[in-house]
Design a protein around this ligand. Structure first.
Ligand code: NAG
Ligand code: NAG
Ligand code: NAG
Ligand code: NAG
Length: 575
């Protein structure tokens, strides 16, 4: 991180003022002097990157994809910006990666919406003597801003490299002059090293009213993602003109030999956990706190078998007597203790003894490490709805036993830097860039907020609605700062890192239990809803009904919850 800034400042002194620059206080912008420049600062984590044990392939700056070496470049020179269009009409700035390591070549430019700190990277490539890279044979001018009347700094030109036979472009070039760029400016990639790519997020769009040539610029991700998938993100964008979206004219990279030596080893993972492991703020009114799995089992949780419900049995603290492997066929499930006193005690959890469970997995062709951090709550409390301005308790709806929630840190295997954080929310969740998450006390520890009763994770405090936001109806997720904090890095267990070669992880038997961690709802949802509707003002009944009908089953708690390993994201990407 420190190096990034130094590089950048060195760079500033070398770049002629005519190209403009993101540090307007140093080099005044040529256009729009009164306006603040679109992107003023470079994002920096609060603390320097963790110092990790050096060695093997992790965090050494480059990764070998099996004959094509790549490096991650996050220093940029600004090429062109417009001050309008795209999400929130923020406009966009296009950058060229600079400087690039000796012997490496540009594979594409970078684009980012304005009004936020510069935060991103693109890969640059070096041919390992395998013919992995070749110059384009020509460029196609995909779009230029010449005929548009947008607020912009000069004109911008977006070029798609025309590859030689058997090669593919993995990024675009952007220039601020109409001349075709020199062919040796960028490299195309041999199709042995490329994979399919799909648009991820909208970066910018411009409707060139009536003139065609409408453009949308989107970020990209490999189409095939997961712990075994080979697709590697390049960090570049796709520029789609006239709504032509398929097939995309570019590709991403592929980790041909899937060499896992660039993944962190055990001591490096412990360093990453020390540096980034989230602090979880639990809602001050929440009665249902996390516990360790062992505490839940030793304090009276029971194992049930279908057809023999009256003969439920206690569970060994490590889960040794839980059925192992297979899939959930509904024949076994876990439930709270039967005795009322024990039941109420277990529902409240045991924050003092609770720890988080970590799963480390390769992602994006093993160029990133996903650290999934699982938190267990014995009980998920009842939900509340928001119907227009009224907050409506939903009786027992939403309640369930055995609540597994997770946060995932996505960390670069090039340099150990945190890129994104995934906050799970009911059956989905959200990725938030490291530049947009909260940190505390000058440390790189991520803050997360667990919502009242439902324990959905958010990156900031506030009221979040699951449902139809537009008409103001939905299930409430209330997240707030409080004195109740769980440091997921202070009492953690690494329960899975399948790629390890020499290090041994002790996998707790409960991890291989594929049955449900709680029974199916034992209350009648229709009846609960009727009770609630009876007390609602007449004019709210209809909108309440339509809101509840649109809720996913998972929120209504009809089906019992599954354990971490039974979820799609165990081997797949988050969604
Ligand atoms: C991880 O790799 C580093 C660097 O090679 C080494 O110092 C450390 O001992 C390794 N840790 C383990 C647990 O193997
Ligand atoms: C978009 O449509 C306009 C008008 O039909 C055409 O002139 C232009 O070449 C098209 N551009 C692309 C990239 O298809
Ligand atoms: C994996 O990469 C490392 C570091 O570049 C290298 O030493 C090792 O030989 C590679 N392994 C395979 C199987 O290619
Ligand atoms: C029911 O469970 C009890 C206690 O585990 C066991 O002894 C019995 O054989 C079971 N009966 C059936 C039909 O599975």
């Amino acid at each position: 991180m420190i190096f990034r800034t130094i590089f950048f400042l060195t760079l500033l002194s070398q770049v002629p003022a005519i190209t403009g620059n993101i540090f307007s206080s140093i080099i005044p912008p040529l256009f729009g002097k009164k306006k603040s420049p679109p992107i003023e600062t470079v994002f920096k984590l609060p603390s320097p990157l963790p110092v990790l044990p050096q060695g093997e392939g992790f965090a050494t700056g480059t990764i070998n994809l099996g004959g094509l070496e790549v490096s991650q470049v996050s220093t940029f020179s600004k090429i062109w910006a417009t001050h309008e269009g795209g999400p929130d009409n923020l406009g966009v700035t296009f950058f060229e990666p600079l400087p690039i390591l000796n012997g490496f070549f540009m594979l594409g430019c970078y684009a980012q919406p304005n009004k936020k700190a510069l935060f991103g990277w693109v890969l640059a490539g070096k041919d390992g003597g395998t013919g992995a890279l070749k110059m384009p044979v020509d460029y196609t001018l995909v779009w230029s801003s010449e005929s548009s009347k947008i607020k912009q700094e000069g004109n911008g030109y977006i070029w798609l490299p025309v590859p030689p036979n058997g090669y593919k472009p993995v990024g675009y070039l952007v220039t601020n002059s109409p001349e075709k760029p020199p062919l040796d400016k960028i490299r195309c990639v041999c199709s042995d090293f490329t994979d399919d790519v799909e648009p991820e997020l909208l970066i910018w769009e411009h409707d060139n009213v009536g003139n065609f040539n409408d453009i949308s610029v989107k970020s990209l991700r490999p189409t095939n993602r997961g712990t075994q998938a080979l697709g590697v993100s390049v960090g570049t964008f796709v520029a789609l003109v006239n709504d032509s979206s398929s097939p995309l004219p570019i590709s991403c990279l592929k980790n041909k030999e899937f060499n896992l030596s660039f993944m962190p080893n055990l001591s490096q993972i412990e360093g990453l956990i020390q540096a980034y492991a989230p602090l979880v703020y639990i809602h001050p009114d929440d009665l249902y706190l996390p516990s360790s799995v062992g505490w839940f089992f030793s304090n009276g949780a029971r194992l049930y078998k279908k057809g023999n419900e009256s003969n439920h049995v206690p569970i060994d603290p490590t889960g040794l007597n839980l059925p192992q492997g297979g899939s959930d066929d509904g024949s076994y499930w876990i439930d709270l203790p039967v005795d009322n006193g024990a039941k109420e005690k277990v529902k409240k959890g045991d924050l003092g003894g609770a720890g988080a469970y970590f799963h480390i997995k390769p992602m994006l062709g093993a160029t990133f490490s996903d650290i999934a951090i699982w938190v267990f709550y014995p009980f998920n409390g009842p939900a509340r709805a928001k119907v227009e301005l009224v907050s409506v308790p939903l009786g027992r709806i939403g309640e369930h036993v055995g609540d597994w929630e997770h946060i995932t840190l996505r960390i670069s295997n090039f340099n150990g830097e945190l890129w994104r954080v995934y906050f799970s929310q009911h059956s989905g969740g959200t990725w938030v860039d490291a530049s947009e998450v909260e940190f505390q006390g000058g440390k790189n520890k991520v803050l997360a907020y667990a919502s009242l009763h439902g324990h959905a994770f958010y990156s900031k405090p506030g009221l979040f609605l699951q449902g139809n936001n537009k008409i103001g109806i939905g299930i409430r997720d209330d997240a707030a700062k409080s004195e109740i904090v769980m440091d997921t890095g202070s009492r953690f267990a690494i329960v899975s890192a399948k790629y390890f070669k020499n290090e041994v992880i002790s996998v707790p038997p409960w991890l291989n239990f594929y049955g449900k961690w709680g029974p199916k709802a034992d209350y009648d949802i229709a009846m609960e809803l009727e009770k609630i509707e009876r007390v609602l003002p007449r004019n709210l009944k209809a909108s309440f009904e339509s809101a509840v009908n649109g809720l996913p089953n998972e929120l209504l708690g009809e089906d019992g919850p599954t354990g971490p390993k039974a979820k799609d994201n165990w081997n797949g990407d988050e969604r």
